[in-house]
Design a protein around this ligand. Sequence first.
Ligand code: 13P
Length: 290
Amino acid sequence: MKTYKEYVLEADEKGIAIGHFNISNLEQLHAIYNAAKKLNVPIIIGLAEGEAKFVGLTEAVALIRALRARDNYPIFLNADHHYSFEAAKAAIDAGFDSVVIDLVKLPLEENIKITKQCVEYAREVAKKENREILVEAELGFIGVGSNILEKIPDGVSEATMTTPEDAKRFVDSTGVDLLAPSIGNVHGMVKSGNPRLHPERVKAIREATGIPLVLHGGSGSMDEDFIGCIKAGIDIIHINTEIRVAFTSALRKSLANLPEEITPYKYLPPAVEAVQAVVEARLKLFSGMK
Ligand code: 13P
């Protein structure tokens, strides 16, 4: 099997993107994995700090490694949005395949310093354990939280998008493997519609940095915007809110339809099916299947 990084570079060459989906439980993992296997595409499972605390770092690593080994299938585990060196280190120590060190709230110089520390630590562990560990950082504010939003969060605007100059300096100074820039994207789904994405900015950042780029805040964006960004240099796309919405609304409906049912494996399947449908549609789009 190719490595995680090799799959990312392959996606880049083919002009497609790998889907990254967040989970908080086993049902969502089943749904996402079913969808990926059905379409035979590599897949990345993400757990941001809160999700990882709920599921457990050891538990998440054990699940993903077991599936990868059993099926010889390219499923990878990402510690999405970890907000300190200590939190990122814990995920690396537990065995995650990649980590997103998110220090956008810090001044740039401090962000660079701690991100670099994280890259050095990942390289050290990778060497010692003879495995690949990728480090990603976010540059430029794209809001927080995978929720339904009343409006575009303050601080997210075309004027605050990541510049190619900042991106190049950040990548050169830290040595990150992957960069998640701000290019019009926003975490969560805005009720009145998400802002448009800016493929031309993706292209400029890709050219300036020379490394694969990751699109965060995928939920709620338009198909043509995704396609434009993939062609411009996005190799991984993160989706979370759409998973949460599909899971929770299907579960609410299922519980309402079965008010006497107390057996989780009887009322949960509609939620698994709903998440699988969302993931299949997104994977088809990202892989150029439709
Ligand atoms: P959305 O919730 O907007 O899909 O963003 C997900 C994300 O970027 C997780 O890292």
